[in-house]
Design a protein around this ligand. Sequence first.
Ligand SMILES: O=C(O)/C=C/C(=O)CC(=O)C(=O)O
Ligand SMILES: [Mg+2]
Length: 220
Amino acid sequence: MASSKNLSRFWEWGRKIICVGRNYAEHAKELKNAVPTEPVLFLKTPSAYVREGAPILMPYYTNSLHHEVELGVVIGKGGKDIAQSSAMDHVEGYALCLDMTARDVQDQCKKKGLPWTLAKAFDTSCPVSDLISRETIKDPHNIKIWLKVNDVLRQEGSTSSMIFSIPFLISYISRVITLEEGDLILTGTPKGVAAVQEDDEMVAGIDDIISMRFRIKKQL
Ligand SMILES: O=C(O)/C=C/C(=O)CC(=O)C(=O)O
Ligand SMILES: [Mg+2]
């Protein structure tokens, strides 16, 4: 079951948020990107975390804030150079996450060959649900993640379509970045990303296991 007690532990620690991009072929194609042959990684800041009850703040410098619903993997046991075969032993549980993205800024960064920090890592760019135990999600590669904006379904995809599996991602990431207890890995978004406006309400969920609700506000 979801557990806010466990999540507050990792919340307080403000561990790393490691994001995987273009992990669903249909999403890579909708943004006219090639389907990757290796994971695309980027980071969010600890201050990107936001929890239900607080608003998502649209940065002043974007006119195109996109939603991306994603399955998050919460690391329970740290490690370096983790083998795929033992990678799941490092998983504490899961969380439903949003990778809020200033798409116009990201497009500019891509054109200029600049990093995606302004587009992806701003405060409140990572809404996170309660922790979901490993036992609750028996097969993380066969669940449906979905997102509605103002009651209209925008995204719905199965994690069975992920290009790189969770054990592969944990192993791949841990060769480059030491994983620590409380770290969060966002596993990429399925197709259907689109813009939200001030005062829009987003509701996202994993099957009927968990859902969360966030409203968009402009940064003052
Ligand atoms: O390359 C792009 O245009 C966009 C890539 C992303 O935003 C990647 C993700 O964050 C994702 O696929 O979830
Ligand atoms: Mg994403």
